[in-house]
Design a protein around this ligand. Structure first.
Ligand SMILES: CC(C)(COP(=O)(O)OP(=O)(O)OC[C@H]1O[C@@H](n2cnc3c(N)ncnc32)[C@H](O)[C@@H]1OP(=O)(O)O)[C@@H](O)C(=O)NCCC(=O)NCCS
Length: 200
């Protein structure tokens, strides 16, 4: 599927409620939009992530509500027209880590909405955001190797930043950064995951 996103002015798209910047998908996805998340979306984001963050799954990192509010500008959500109502069916975030580097994180599509190109649409927007920031590399930690592989992500091993950057990044309190650095204290979180990198 050819997924492109178009910046649309004036909020006359989809729900037509104005205000925030919006993106609309063509390429056969007239019933789906991806847009920047708003504070009112946080409970829906939390509910989307929750099933993937349960202890037995541990596919995504569970976060406290306050952490979602604090990182809201990093998020986009996908909305889909279902039975005449726009519903949030996916989310994802781009977390900037360094001058040339960001992580795609918390990419989640509702179980019953998978396989309709929504994950692709969200990731496309996040990667465009990375390009807008002139970043060179995008990291992800995932079980979905084939999905990310379709976008050019490749498995990586070992340290991937110069030692001086590594030292600086160690100062972060963010769990995702610790996972990126492959620190021993977060190894239990990362078991079975693959560390992948895309060069833009
Ligand atoms: C990974 C995930 C986001 C994919 O979402 P999705 O909406 O089902 O994916 P799409 O329908 O956009 O699929 C895009 C392409 O990837 C392929 N694909 C998707 N999931 C796949 C999988 N598990 N294995 C192989 N291929 C897969 C699709 O077949 C499609 O291929 P195409 O380009 O030939 O049509 C979704 O499965 C999910 O939420 N997983 C749980 C959370 C997670 O692991 N997130 C990633 C870590 S941050």
């Amino acid at each position: 599927m050819d997924v492109r996103h178009t910046f649309v002015e004036g909020g006359d798209v989809a729900r037509g409620d104005g205000g925030a910047d919006r993106w609309r998908y063509d390429g056969g996805m007239q019933d789906t939009i991806v847009r920047p998340a708003q504070p009112a979306d946080v409970l829906a984001i939390r509910d989307l992530v929750r099933p993937y963050a349960l202890n037995e799954h541990h596919i995504l990192i569970p976060r406290d509500l306050v952490a979602y509010y604090e990182s809201l500008p990093e998020f986009v959500v996908a909305e889909r027209l279902i039975d005449g109502e726009w519903r949030i069916v996916g989310c994802g975030a781009l977390h900037v880590m360094w001058s040339d580097l960001a992580e795609v994180r918390t990419l989640a599509v509702a179980e019953n909405a998978k396989g309709h190109g929504i994950g692709r649409a969200i990731l496309t927007v996040l990667l465009d955001r990375a390009r807008d920031y002139s970043l060179k590399k995008v990291f992800c930690l995932t079980f979905e190797v084939e999905f990310f592989g379709r976008f050019g992500f490749e498995p990586i091993e070992g340290p991937v930043v110069p030692p001086e950057v590594f030292e600086e990044m160690l100062r972060s309190h963010d769990v995702g950064v610790a996972e990126f650095l492959d620190l021993a204290r977060v190894k239990p979180n990362t078991l079975g995951n693959t560390r992948m990198m895309l060069t833009l």
